[in-house]
Design a protein around this ligand. Structure first.
Ligand code: ZN
Length: 195
């Protein structure tokens, strides 16, 4: 069976997203955990979450995908930005446990002149600080197009990050087909070569 869904607005809460997904025949969806261009998050409404879990169970949803804000940059050159990224990460992973067993996707970040190797090292270190043995969420590194100093436009970079993560069973990769094509992997005309 094909698992399919789209991005939905989280502004009306979990139940609203589940209902919208059911309405369009989806069995999964993606949403932002907080303002994608800022950091503000709504308080978790436990009743809303409870009803949501019932709806997705009844409708046999597969894993849902939460997306971190775009402004999160775990490998920024600015310590305040890195610290904020960690804080958001920890808070989002705590929030994710209200809907256990799902996935949290983030953009690995931009090294902003520090170099790819340094960026990769900082991202792995951040993951080692925020990932917890008891979490049920899988954290996904998204493939990027490589704009500016973005890390993650080469599969090797993502592998390098994951190789340095201690809790490997807590991490995975989100393959953004638009990004990898833009990043130079010609999956349109030459998928075999990319694979
Ligand atoms: Zn993304």
């Amino acid at each position: 069976m094909l698992n399919i869904g789209c991005h939905l607005s989280a502004s009306e809460g979990y139940v609203a997203m589940a209902k919208q997904a059911v309405e369009i025949g989806a069995n999964t969806f993606q949403f932002f955990t907080r303002n994608p261009r800022g950091f503000k998050a709504k308080d978790i409404d436990e009743q809303d979450v409870k009803e949501f879990l019932e709806i997705i169970k009844k409708n046999k949803f597969v894993k849902i995908l939460a997306h971190a804000p775009y402004t999160l940059n775990p490998c920024s050159a600015d310590k305040r930005v890195r610290d904020l990224a960690k804080e958001i990460f920890i808070d989002d992973l705590k929030r994710m446990e209200y809907t256990p067993g799902n996935m949290y996707n983030f953009h690995p970040g931009s090294h902003v002149g520090q170099g790819i190797d340094t960026g990769i090292k900082i991202i792995s270190e951040t993951l080692n600080e925020v990932l917890k043995k008891e979490q049920t969420t899988t954290v996904l590194l998204e493939t990027m197009s490589g704009k500016g100093s973005e890390i993650g436009s080469k599969f090797e970079e993502l592998k390098q990050i994951i190789d340095s993560v201690e809790l490997k069973d807590k991490v995975g990769v989100c393959l953004d087909t638009c990004h990898i094509y833009d990043g130079g992997y010609d999956i349109v005309n030459n998928l075999d070569a990319v694979i």
